[in-house]
Design a binder for this molecule. Sequence first.
Ligand SMILES: Cc1cc2nc3c(=O)[nH]c(=O)nc-3n(C[C@H](O)[C@H](O)[C@H](O)COP(=O)(O)O)c2cc1C
Length: 250
Amino acid sequence: MKSMKDSLLDRRSIRRYEREAISDEQMELIYEAIRNTPTSYNGQQFSVIDITDQEIKEQIYALTNQKQIKTCNHFLLFLIDYNKISLISEAKAIDMPPFQHTADGLIVGVVDASLAMMSAVAMAESLGLGTCPIGYARTVAPEALSTLMKLPEKTFIVCGLAIGVPRELPDLKPKQPQSLVIHKDHYRQDKEEMVKELKEYDETISEYNRTREGSKSSNDWASHIVGYYREAMNYRILRALQRRGFDVKH
Ligand SMILES: Cc1cc2nc3c(=O)[nH]c(=O)nc-3n(C[C@H](O)[C@H](O)[C@H](O)COP(=O)(O)O)c2cc1C
């Protein structure tokens, strides 16, 4: 097993996998790591769907166009889940407020599901497996995928995670320097210096994209990311949330 230090510092997204299956023992450890995720109030406002059926993976691939989904060994979907607490509240005649209709209710669910995904990533990495989060599982066809997964009301897909035996070792992607990520005692006030460091990082990414192993590009960081945001402006997540029983009002 890899050390936690190596698991986190050598992690990179893996998009090509061997046909080899992940063992039951390895999946058991990933499930247990997911189960032991810290969650808001210990409410565990999340669930995971583990998809191994090739036909279903192909169907999700058809909806999302993300090749990793059909080639990975396990595809996990991380959901916000207020269905379970609703079920037990009803069974015990506890009057449950519509927490899922609040912005904080939504954030609580997204945080819990995201932390659960990171638990899976950390455990998979320590087992020498490769992972790739798939946000398109939330954004491109939320209603069709929810129907395919037979999701009950008050559940919502936050993110997918492809897991498999790695068939590639892409270069590690340079990340923002610590000075831009970790603010000490309060948010940095030296805007000009921040812009200088951001431009240096932007150049680092351009250089990485020009010289990395495999497919190269002339992308810089800022325009590339803003381009993603531009594309994402077309997603209709609020409507999808409302249809799934999250009518966020305040
Ligand atoms: C929430 C989330 C959603 C993502 N969605 C996708 C995706 O749909 N397809 C994909 O190929 N990579 C996806 N990624 C992977 C990112 O592109 C990747 O983490 C980022 O480029 C940094 O590279 P690294 O993971 O190798 O450090 C996603 C990552 C996160 C955290």
